[in-house]
Write a protein of this length. Structure first.
Length: 579
């Protein structure tokens, strides 16, 4: 039902925009192309002819709002959301390769009392790595803190928790989990406003209005107010250090005690947060705490062997590595980290029917002299392994032919993302503005605005005048639009990604729609194409990000944001950018 509503909404909005465009563009054409005051009557005539279009636009937008209203009950909406959440994270788990063939189990221990006080009565928190939802439901306050070292598998644990809880929510008898990264929160925004924005951006049907008592609110707001959600908040340690304490304090104070909360953080960062101010410890009230441990050698051996292609030769490739598991050897120490185990698997284990002769031998890890050297080596090879050319791929990728160019693009993206810590929204191209000189942005915006405004305006003006008048109209409209938008872009007056929408709507909706279709309507769109022209980024950036996420495991997605598969990968790639 939600998909049908979205398609209907999109169609009606398109009708409205086109209808308004006919009126506005026709009026501009009449004013510019006629010789005033001799033919001044053409202006009101153009407006009168456009009145039916205005009525059509009003009807489309009004019907859109009315039909989007959710007529069911709030529990019905929660059950629908649980299905969407479950399907989304099952698919995301597949994209990340977490079920190939099964996730690696990690031991759980109760967090130290100086970080998370023991609950009264005590709750057994050691049995839950296989079914995290069972562990969570044993906590009467529904508040949990998940700790661990960097790369210990906290995000994987949260995904499994969300899938398990959403599966229960589909039955309509439990709250719905919502996983989001705290690094995307701007602390200047109210917490609930940010949560509502993240909810509606991730699940568009939550924008539907619903009656809640005497009020009419969005479904996202209603679910928050009704405590029908469990907030699963990842990446507390990725929040800038200067904001981390205030963010944690606001979580504790602004979220109601009846709202379920799960927070994940690195153990050292959480300890600094709790005891950062002597004599004033800060803790999440009523929360239980667990720490993710390290897998035992048998678990690691089984994990790596099961991800081989099953042949004796494939398993024997791993024997030099397996012999060092659980020892004090450098490689044995390195493969205590779930992150390095995962990277080792990604680099050395074949996918589908890759021929073993085309793969690097895992035994080369034995010769590396330190844990840091092993980590750097794996991080350096992860892009090449992810884009390994193979005829056996079900998905043919245009970028597989040149892994080095792909690596250069990822290095550049990593450098941009490192300047702006945290996940990057999938269309946050305005970050790219900072990498291009303002005069160049202004010139590109002016040129594109002139073309995409002048051409449709000239075509519509030909209805009122001949070819000569239409050409003059196109030139004037394009020049005016180009000068204004180019000047604004070059001066940096407007940074919002949608800043040019009102101006484009006035100068001609067709021009706006064409420019928006190729992503060049805002200054950041011009910056994106300039960087592609210089080889810093691919021409089809949205498709590249989508492909990297769905088919190569280089990016992961949390809500509306992309991020690298691990922050260590991002930092290592960022080091590869030439100044």
């Amino acid at each position: 039902m939600g998909a049908r509503h979205n398609r209907t909404s999109t169609a009606r909005r398109a009708v409205a925009v086109c209808a308004l465009g006919v009126v506005m563009t026709g009026s501009v054409a009449a004013i510019v192309s006629r010789r005033l005051p001799e033919n001044l009557a053409s202006v009101p005539v153009a407006v009168l002819l456009g009145l039916p279009s205005l009525c059509l636009a009003w009807w489309a937008l009004r019907r859109d709002d009315d039909e989007l209203a959710f007529t069911g009950s709030l529990p019905d909406k929660a059950q629908q959301l649980a299905r969407e959440v479950h399907n989304h994270w099952v698919m995301e788990r597949r994209h990340r390769g977490l079920e190939d063939p099964a996730p690696m189990p990690l031991p759980l221990t109760r967090a130290s009392q100086h970080l998370v006080p023991e609950m009264t009565p005590p709750v057994d928190l050691t049995d839950g790595s296989e079914h995290p939802a069972d562990l969570y439901e044993r906590i009467p306050t529904r508040r949990l803190v998940v700790l661990g070292d960097g790369g210990s598998g906290k995000s994987v644990f949260l995904i499994r928790l969300v899938i398990d809880l959403a599966a229960k929510g589909r039955q309509g008898d439990s709250p719905v989990p919502f996983l989001v990264s705290l690094a995307t929160w701007n602390p200047s925004l109210p917490l609930r406003d940010w949560l509502v924005d993240e909810l509606t951006s991730s699940f568009r049907t939550l924008t539907q209005p619903i009656e809640l008592g005497a009020d009419r609110v969005t479904c996202a707001e209603a679910l928050l107010l009704d405590h029908s959600l469990i907030l699963v908040l990842d990446g507390l340690d990725e929040v800038p250090a200067e904001h981390r304490r205030s963010v944690f304090e606001r979580l504790d104070n602004e979220l109601g005690a009846d709202l379920g909360v799960v927070v994940a953080c690195r153990t050292d960062a959480y300890a600094d947060l709790v005891h950062g101010v002597p004599g004033n410890p800060m803790m999440l009230k009523g929360a239980a705490g667990v720490v993710l441990g390290r897998p035992d050698p048998t678990t690691v051996e089984r994990y790596l062997a099961h991800r081989a292609d099953g042949t004796v030769a494939a398993v024997q490739r791993w024997q030099p590595v397996i012999d060092r598991l659980g020892t004090s050897d450098t490689l044995g120490l390195a493969l205590r980290s779930p992150l390095l185990i995962s990277l080792t698997n990604a680099v050395y284990n074949p996918r589908r029917s890759w021929h073993l002769s085309a793969l690097r031998p895992p035994s080369e890890l034995v010769a590396l002299g330190s844990v840091e050297a092993i980590e750097r080596h794996l991080l350096d090879q992860v892009v090449t392994a992810a884009y390994h050319p193979s005829d056996a791929r079900h998905h043919r990728c245009r970028w597989e032919r040149d892994p080095e160019r792909v690596r250069a693009w990822f290095c550049y993206l990593a450098s941009v993302m490192s300047v702006h810590p945290g996940p990057v929204p999938d269309r946050a191209y305005w970050y790219l503005e900072e990498r291009v000189p303002r005069p160049i942005i202004g010139a590109l915006v002016a040129l594109c605005t002139a073309v995409f405004t002048g051409v449709p305006t000239g075509v519509l003006a030909s209805v009122y005048t001949g070819a000569g008048g239409a050409l003059a109209t196109a030139a004037v409209a394009g020049a005016v639009a180009g000068v204004v938008t180019g000047t604004l872009a070059a001066s940096g007056t407007a940074h919002s990604p949608g800043w040019s929408a009102p101006l484009f709507a006035f100068l001609g909706a067709p021009g706006r729609m064409l420019a928006d279709a190729i992503g060049i309507r805002a200054p950041a769109g011009a910056a994106r194409y300039w960087l592609a022209l210089r080889g810093k980024l691919p021409w089809h950036l949205p498709q590249f990000l989508h492909d990297a996420h769905e088919h190569h495991g280089m990016l992961r997605r949390v809500g509306k944001a992309y991020e690298f598969r691990h922050r260590s990968v991002q930092l290592r790639l960022a080091e590869g950018v030439n100044s």
